[in-house]
Design a protein around this ligand. Structure first.
Ligand code: CIR
Length: 256
């Protein structure tokens, strides 16, 4: 059954975001434009019926607006992760209180494991976990053990190219999935109704289901046509400044 969301947590970008990690080669983000885009993103979450908790910017952590990575919010428990990027590791401790406000049950990924929740994709009560440069096998093992304790399951997805699992694959409920690049035509996802995102529009593969609407980055017309043909209702958002930091739509919030 489809899980509906009522809450979201986001973190306001800090001016230090211009020093965030990136492989994109699109230049440094414009901080003020990023703030405006972040504001529009929050409004879109509200439009989808979510109550949004907005956390303070963290100057010491340039990538800390990407709150998806330091925590995983499931239906039954939250898991505080241990980010694989050393410059992001401290973000985990700093999101714990905000997440703990909403959850009675909290788990923790411990060293030597690393896990960033951008590598974790929810499909009902099953979680796909990408093994990336940021998430190691021990991280996946610990997460699967935590999930089992609450009658949920997890499985690993080998990865070769993408930053995070959800950089290239997004589950949009009702058996529909966006797939791109190394995940297109992956046997692991053959049971789903896959919409293949063209590689030149790869950034659109990170789109987010929020209560029957799909938040998707503006400007990817081929992908949007395919998604509309599949019956999806889209909310397009300008995301250029976050794209410069390899950050997609899912990364900017925790939804639960
Ligand atoms: C990073 O490299 O960690 C950030 N610049 C982008 C994080 C994006 N997060 C995500 O895909 N879940």
């Amino acid at each position: 059954m489809t899980r509906r969301f009522t809450q979201a947590i986001v973190r306001t970008p800090s001016p230090s975001m211009i020093e965030g990690l990136t492989s994109a080669d699109l230049g440094a983000p414009d901080f003020h434009l990023a703030l405006e885009q972040h504001h529009q993103y929050i409004e879109a979450l509200r439009q989808c019926g979510l109550k949004v908790t907005v956390l303070e910017p963290l100057d010491a952590y340039p990538d800390s607006c990407f709150v998806e990575d330091p925590a995983l919010c499931t239906e039954h428990c939250a898991v505080i992760t241990r980010p694989g990027a050393p410059s992001r590791r401290g973000e985990a401790a700093l999101i714990k209180a905000a997440v703990g406000f909403f959850y009675d049950y909290m788990e923790q990924i411990e060293a030597p494991a690393t896990l960033e929740a951008g590598d974790v994709m929810m499909v009902g009560s099953h979680y796909y976990i990408g093994l990336s440069d940021r998430t190691n096998q021990e991280g996946a093992n610990q997460l699967i053990a935590h999930l089992r304790r609450y009658n949920m399951t997890g499985s690993v997805v080998p990865m070769k190219e993408m930053l995070h699992l959800k950089t290239g694959v997004s589950y949009l409920e009702n058996n529909q999935m966006l797939v791109c690049g190394e995940f297109a035509r992956n046997d692991m996802f053959s049971e789903f109704d896959c919409i293949e995102i063209p590689t030149e529009e790869a950034y659109a593969a990170n789109s987010v289901w929020v209560n029957d609407k799909i938040l998707t980055p503006a400007g990817f017309s081929q992908s949007h046509r395919l998604m509309r043909e599949a019956g999806l209702e889209l909310i397009e958002l300008e995301m250029s400044e976050f794209q410069k930091l390899d950050g997609g739509l899912s990364c900017l919030s925790l939804r639960f």
